[in-house]
Design a binder for this molecule. Structure first.
Ligand code: GRF
Length: 192
């Protein structure tokens, strides 16, 4: 059994895709959501899936204490893998080392292009001919860890930014659950 934690800060459409795909999975379970925004819609989604949510507060506690608390939560819940899904905070090298489990992120660009926020708009404004997603290991460098999968589609600028954004999100929702399952399989097979 691989126990999963998802970290998210926003609407949580990727959380939804992951939670849905693991529903009824006898070998793996999304055990908790870690969220740093008390009004984020992802919290509602977690409730609908009966997934426990741990709220963290960087403004009140500061990064060091937040990461200490999250490390304790991860260990207490025996979490095996963390998937970041629109988590708008950078995790420290110390946290990555202390939790000692794989941390995976999804980013809506063909890395190393367009790191950081507003990646889809950056690709759109730059006039890129293609656009896509990267699923990668998290390292201390933002959007800089080893890439697991990239998928791309042509960027048809005349269709408008909203359309392009929704096409990129479709790629995310298709591929993130697939890669998440593969990673959980690897964790389970190492145990057997
Ligand atoms: C996604 O585009 C993801 O790639 C990026 O943040 C966005 C989160 O969207 N890291 P959502 O909250 O999952 O809808």
């Amino acid at each position: 059994m691989a126990n999963i934690a998802i970290f998210a800060s926003g609407s949580g459409s990727n959380f939804e895709a992951l939670a849905t795909s693991f529903k009824g999975d006898k070998k793996n379970e999304v055990k908790l959501l870690i969220c740093n925004k008390k009004n984020a819609y992802v919290i509602e989604r977690a409730k609908n899936h009966n997934i426990k949510c741990e709220l963290i507060n960087y403004l009140q506690d500061g990064q060091l204490l937040v990461e200490k608390k999250v490390t304790d939560i991860i260990k207490h819940n025996k979490i095996d893998v963390i998937f970041l899904a629109g988590f708008m905070r950078v995790l420290s090298a110390k946290f990555i080392k202390d939790v000692g489990i794989p941390i995976i992120n999804i980013h809506p660009s063909l890395l190393p292009k367009h790191k950081g926020s507003d990646a889809i708009k950056k690709a759109y404004d730059a006039g890129d001919k293609e656009i896509g997603i990267s699923i990668h290991h998290v390292s201390e460098e933002v959007d800089g860890g080893e890439i697991i999968l990239q998928e791309s589609i042509p960027l048809e600028k005349e269709k408008g930014l909203d359309f392009i954004e929704s096409e990129v999100h479709k790629l995310e929702h298709l591929y993130y659950p697939q890669i998440a399952k593969q990673i959980c399989e690897e964790i389970n097979s190492k145990r057997n």
